[in-house]
Design a protein around this ligand. Structure first.
Ligand SMILES: CC(C)(COP(=O)(O)OP(=O)(O)OC[C@H]1O[C@@H](n2cnc3c(N)ncnc32)[C@H](O)[C@@H]1OP(=O)(O)O)[C@@H](O)C(=O)NCCC(=O)NCCS
Length: 185
């Protein structure tokens, strides 16, 4: 290969497919009308595996989840106008001792759009709110210890492991451990 003066890393970057960015996946707050699309995502196998969700949950559970509630912020990422991902943050703005801290309660991507940047775009949007609008000091989360994709995503944005919970969630005939992670500023 001719020497172009670029480092090996720069050459590799130039040949890698361009990552889709936040602007590729417009983000807005979830609305009641998103219930059916979101329900399809929340009942899919990969989401059941990575969360506390149950298969065959009733649509009413998703409709209830989307009902506006204080201290619950829910974002959707769109692709061609359709819901491709969802993130939910639980805040505590009414509690003077804990209003600096929130929990990333869920982040999910529609199965056919996984590994295309939707989760990254949602997390970027959550962190923009956390850092630039809410002024959070702490954002925590719980993730199953075998969920390598999610753990890598969180680590890329500065979340670090805080602890491990044994046999935290039932999974098939057995149980899975969970990690708590947090990003502190
Ligand atoms: C965890 C989850 C939300 C990640 O969402 P996602 O949309 O796939 O996330 P991203 O696409 O931003 O990143 C995932 C991977 O794709 C890669 N990627 C992103 N855009 C890409 C692109 N355009 N081309 C190639 N790879 C890409 C990322 O680098 C990352 O790679 P890595 O796993 O090797 O680190 C998704 O897997 C999911 O919904 N899982 C089920 C529910 C769940 O477990 N949620 C977390 C509960 S704690």
């Amino acid at each position: 290969m001719p020497d172009t003066g670029k480092t090996a890393a720069a050459r590799e970057d130039a040949t890698r497919p361009k990552r889709e960015t936040m602007s590729t996946f417009p983000i807005r707050h979830a609305e009641p009308g998103d219930a059916a699309a979101l329900h399809a995502i929340l009942t899919s196998d990969h989401v059941v595996a990575g969360t506390m969700r149950l298969p065959h949950a009733a649509l009413a559970t998703t409709e209830a989840r989307l009902a506006p509630q204080p201290d619950r912020v829910q974002l959707v990422a769109l692709l061609d106008g359709e819901v491709a991902g969802f993130a939910e943050v639980l805040t505590q703005f009414g509690n003077p001792r804990a209003c600096h801290a929130a929990v990333l309660n869920m982040i999910v991507t529609r199965e056919d759009r996984c590994r295309s940047g939707v989760g990254t775009a949602l997390l970027e949007a959550v962190l923009d709110l956390a850092d630039n609008h809410w002024g959070l000091r702490r954002l925590g989360l719980t993730v199953w210890a075998d969920n390598d994709t999610a753990i890598r995503l969180y680590q890329r944005f500065g979340f670090v492991e805080e602890g491990k919970h044994g046999a935290y969630v039932r999974a098939g005939p057995g149980f899975k451990d969970a990690l708590t992670m947090a990003r502190l500023r």
